[in-house]
Every structure is written in structure tokens, then in C-alpha cells.
Design a protein around this ligand. Structure first.
Ligand code: RRO
Length: 311
């Protein structure tokens, strides 16, 4: 039996459901080319672009944890023009998602105006959840502000647009954000960004492991999996069926990807594990997911997507 891992976001067809998580292996042209040519990833997401290139926060700004990672990269990127040019002109092997993150609402609107006025016809994702830029709050925790912003965006933006959300931790917050998002013609939501402002301590040196922001950073990897699954599930239960979901967070194996799909993910992205293991992680996780599906007699992702049973 062969299984089919094809999936889509709106009209965009992906040969398989795996993406890199934005931020991992997607900053430079070489990294983007690697992803574009890798036959075991279905698509790619760019590093979130700011209007101008940025070095980001001081080092050390990434640390491996026993079951994940903590980072405070601070939006290092090559600048918006570089990424817009890449996704517009690179010879396509697979669909690409242009991630953008202005440092303010005005910058977000300006970036989206530029995309609207460009030749780019692909998917865009607005990152409303970066936890690591000093003085820049995670927009998606401000419900009224996010609503207002989306209202202003969709007054002019007519291309496919999704947003990257931070994790929510209260059922009332899922209700509230879904109620807002359901008012807009979003292509997708990508959930979750890293769990913001965690802390890790090296007890020998008695120091933080990250330099920026006094050691606070976004937590990802296995430890984030339960939070990620909860967010995919809770949003799938609440969002209009027209809004697709990219499940991000804690995927290290085919089992984790299978769980994301059961919770309702259309696509699944790999962050910390891709960083730690490299591009080979796509091949391995593909194979593991295929084996689970074969064992269960599933031919396609639709056979079990969103069909999580409750006890
Ligand atoms: O660059 C970062 O520090 C970063 C970003 Br923009 C983000 O959205 N999520 C994250 O964990 N790190």
C-alpha cells in the first residue's frame, strides 16, 4: 500500500504536508535553496522579514534544552526586498510562504501594501507573535488591537494571507481570538509560535543561557507539543472551515505529526527538530508518518484529519 501525504492551503497544493517552521533554515538564499530542493518537505516558509535587514539580538541567542530549545534571535533577517524577490523569482519547486513581521502596525501595513502592489501571487503570513524583540509586544495577545489591525489590512489586502499566532492557554482566549479571526478572509492560521518568555538556568555558572532580554526566550521543541496540539485542536473547533491550519510546535517524529493532523492540522511544520537534526529530519518524519498510516490502513491525510476521539 502506498500512502499519500499531499495537502493544501487554499488552492496551493503541497506534495507533502511538511514545512520548516519560520526562523529555522530559512534566512539566507542558500538555506532557502536547500529547502526548495529537498524532496521530503512539501513547502517552505521564509524567515519573518522586516523592512530592513537586521543582525538581531546579541549572542548567545539559541540554546538546546533537554527536550527542546529556547531562543531569543530577535528577528535576524535579510530584509523584506530580499524575501519578496526570492519568493517571486526563485524557480518554484514547491509552494512558498512569505513571512513578514514589521516592528510596528504601520510597518506591517506598509509591508502588506508592498506585497499587494507586487507581482507576488503566493501565500503571505503575518507574524503577530514574535516574543523576542525588546519593546515589541506579541500583537496577537492584544485582542482589540489585532481585530483593528486585521480590519485595516483586509480593507486593501486581497491576496491570500494567514497569521502566525502565539500559544493561548485559556479556553476563553481561544473563543475570543477565533471570534475575531472568523470575521476575516484568512487563508490560514499558523499555530503555535514559541512559548514566549521562558527561562533556562545554568546552575554551574549560575547564569542565564541566553544573553538578550535578561535571558528570557521563546520555548520550542518537544516540551511545546502539548501546548501546540491544544492550540491546533481548540482553533480547529472554533475557526470557520474556510481557514486552514498549519500546526507548528514540538514535532520530532511521525507520531507527533500524526497527532497534529488528528487535532486538525492541514500542514505541519518542523522547527527545533529541523535545527537540531538538519534537513534529514524531513525524510525521517515522512517515513515514520507513512508507516503509521500504513499500519492503520489510512491512504490519505483526510482519512483521519481532525478526527480526534474524546474519551
Ligand atoms: O527571531 C526571533 O527571535 C523569533 C521570532 Br521573529 C519568532 O516569531 N519566534 C521565535 O521563537 N523567535
Amino acid at each position: 500500500m502506498t500512502v499519500n501525504l499531499a495537502s493544501k492551503i487554499q488552492k496551493f497544493q503541497f506534495k507533502n504536508l511538511f514545512l520548516n517552521a519560520s526562523g529555522v533554515h530559512c534566512q539566507s538564499k542558500e538555506e532557502l535553496d536547500d529547502l526548495r530542493h529537498d524532496q521530503f518537505s512539501g513547502g517552505l516558509v521564509t524567515k519573518s522579514a522586516t523592512p530592513n535587514s537586521r543582525f538581531g539580538n546579541p549572542l548567545p541567542r539559541y540554546h538546546s534544552l533537554p527536550a527542546g530549545s529556547i531562543n531569543s534571535m530577535g528577528l535576524p533577517n535579510e530584509g523584506f526586498e530580499f524575501y519578496l524577490d526570492y519568493v517571486t523569482h526563485a524557480k518554484m519547486q514547491k509552494p512558498m510562504i512569505l513571512s513578514v513581521a514589521g516592528m510596528s502596525k504601520d510597518e506591517d501595513l506598509d509591508l502588506l501594501h508592498q506585497i499587494q502592489n507586487s507581482d507576488y501571487q503566493g501565500l503571505t503570513e503575518l507574524n503577530l507573535s514574535c516574543p523576542n524583540v525588546i519593546g515589541k509586544p506579541q500583537m496577537a495577545y492584544d485582542f482589540a488591537g489585532s481585530d483593528q489591525m486585521l480590519k485595516e489590512i483586509f480593507a486593501f489586502f486581497k491576496k491570500p494571507l494567514g497569521i502566525k499566532l502565539p500559544p493561548y492557554f485559556d479556553l476563553v482566549h481561544f473563543d475570543r481570538i477565533a471570534e475575531i479571526l472568523n470575521q476575516y478572509p484568512l487563508s490560514h492560521v499558523n499555530t503555535i509560535n514559541s512559548i514566549g518568555n521562558g527561562m533556562w538556568v545554568d546552575i554551574e555558572s549560575e547564569m542565564t543561557v541566553l544573553k538578550p532580554k535578561g535571558g528570557f526566550g521563546g520555548v520550542g521543541g518537544s516540551i511545546a507539543l502539548p501546548t501546540a496540539l491544544a492550540n491546533v485542536r481548540a482553533l480547529r473547533q472554533r475557526l470557520n472551515s474556510s481557514i486552514d491550519i498549519i500546526g507548528t510546535g514540538g514535532v520530532t517524529s511521525g507520531r507527533d505529526a500524526f497527532a497534529h493532523i488528528l487535532c486538525g492540522a492541514n500542514m505541519v511544520s518542523i522547527g527545533t527538530q529541523l535545527y537540531e537534526e538538519g534537513l534529514g529530519s524531513f525524510r525521517r518524519i515522512n517515513k515514520e508518518l507513512s508507516e503509521i498510516m500504513e499500519r492503520k490502513g489510512y491512504h490519505s491525510l483526510d482519512d483521519f484529519r481532525g478526527k480526534l476521539k474524546i474519551m
